[in-house]
Design a protein around this ligand. Sequence first.
Ligand code: BG6
Length: 297
Amino acid sequence: MSAATPELAKYELDGFLRFEGHESGLLQGVVTTKLCTGRFFLHGAHVVDFQPAGEEPVLFLSSEAVYRDGKAIRGGVPICFPWFNAKKLPNGDVDQDSPAHGLVRQQPWQMLSSSKEEAGLQVVLGLYSEPYRLEYKLTFGSKLHVNMTIHNVSEQTQEPEVALHTYFRVADLGEMTVEGDVVGLPFLDQLTGETHPGANAPIAFNAETDRIYHGAAPRIDVCDPAANRKVILESSGSSSTVVWNPWIAKAARMADFGDEEYQQMCCVETANIGEDRMRVAPRAKTEIGFELRTETF
Ligand code: BG6
């Protein structure tokens, strides 16, 4: 039986979308279509599951994830906005009072609409987070399509950073590679602070990896030979890509992440960070999004 509040019940679509209370008490939308199943939380407008019919889940979700107000869920697609990493004060110092990666991934969003479209089941979530009004459109079909519209509701130009911080589930990190347009782009190694020119080789993982690639990468392939599939990530409105894996020591330090789980995930984030931050004129809007689809090798 649906656990939706009367306010949420009006967005349920019989047999396709229902709302349930998660064991944590947070509310989640459960999507069931012929093409896929999926799940998202109102908390953070956080997609935690996308599973095309007959396939393994595409997104990684930690078994140690914590589900509560004020905390981001470890896995799925957290939305980092309007800053990435630590918040910087105007004088360049780190704002110790603000959480990493912005506020919106740990705030309750509202449902704005739900509908059955040709491409799949579509929901739109919204959040007002001064000076922004955000609309987040999710389409669950044979592909997962995600699009965030950022409205600047102020009279000043705003320069937010953003990262749609997708956690990909992989069968074996040791065999997987990240390929496509990100290969060859220059990157900032966040672990050393050094910048590197692009290298023309697939990205592989054999140590902690935390890089911000600068430049548009409209198509990236997350290749997972151990699962006999690749996930194709096509982005729009994005000029940075973060590639992250915590590896052994950081995995052990993260309380909401299993010690061995670093072998089953890799983050490839559709972003605009640092020199690529967005510039939104007063009363104007901008967009960022991506689409995920799978292919067998
Ligand atoms: C990545 C960053 O995007 O997110 C990493 O590049 C960071 O430096 C990781 O460790 C996870 O961040 P958080 O705040 O979700 O633990």
